[in-house]
Design a protein around this ligand. Structure first.
Ligand code: SF4
Ligand code: SF4
Length: 202
């Protein structure tokens, strides 16, 4: 039996970031670590070159199963210190949605309960790491944005970065990055330990 207790000593990414966010740790008793469970056919995206870098750094990966290209993984138990935590995990619930990493997708709040306004700092860190990765691995942002079009259960994040400022996305901009596949309207995340109605997503 795997225990998903408080994830204090999590793994770290190849960029030496654990991605821990107080807004997340405060809500883990509610969501039951829904983002770390892979029962619904979802998975973790690895960025180009990420697995090779993890091997070079000696990060352990026994908690993961990879596809043949090491571009996707699923996770079987909580990562711990010394384990690989994918950059995608450290970004969650955000993901870059455009080639300049200034617009984002956010996981459906029926899956991740962190309200959007508590994700603004994370938006800055996703922007910084996505651009740093692009500098080391040219074309990786284009590939991430392209592959993310098939994600299920992500919505347009209502904030963007422009000239260093945080601005509201316009309706047209939100429509341009919206994905075609959504969770069903009656979706209820089976991993959540508490059923909440009317969660505030603002
Ligand atoms: S679903 Fe959201 S709140 Fe829950 S563990 Fe994952 S990131 Fe944190
Ligand atoms: S590797 Fe990712 S999915 Fe697995 S426990 Fe760590 S944060 Fe969760």
């Amino acid at each position: 039996m795997i225990t998903w207790g408080a994830m204090i000593n999590t793994g770290e990414t190849v960029l030496k970031d654990d991605g821990i966010l107080p807004s997340c740790t405060q809500r883990q008793n509610l969501c039951g670590y829904a983002c770390c469970k892979f029962t619904a056919g979802n998975g973790i995206m690895l960025l180009s070159g990420e697995h090779e870098q993890a091997v070079q750094q000696g990060l352990k990966a026994a908690h993961l199963s990879f596809d043949a290209n090491h571009s996707h993984a699923v996770c079987h138990k909580p990562c711990q210190q010394g384990d690989l935590k994918q950059i995608d995990c450290s970004w969650y619930p955000l993901f870059p949605a455009n080639l300049s990493a200034t617009q984002f997708l956010v996981a459906d709040h029926r899956k991740c309960p962190i309200p959007n306004h508590e994700l603004i700092d994370k938006m800055h860190s996703v922007y910084t790491t996505a651009l740093a990765w692009e500098q080391q691995h040219t074309g990786s942002l284009e590939q991430m944005v392209k592959l993310s079009r098939d994600f299920v259960g992500y919505l347009p994040f209502p904030y963007k970065l422009e000239a260093g400022l945080v601005l509201n996305m316009t309706l047209e901009e939100m429509q341009l990055i919206a994905l075609t596949k959504q969770l069903p309207t009656d979706y209820v995340c089976s991993d959540w330990t508490i059923r909440l109605h009317g969660v505030n997503h603002a």
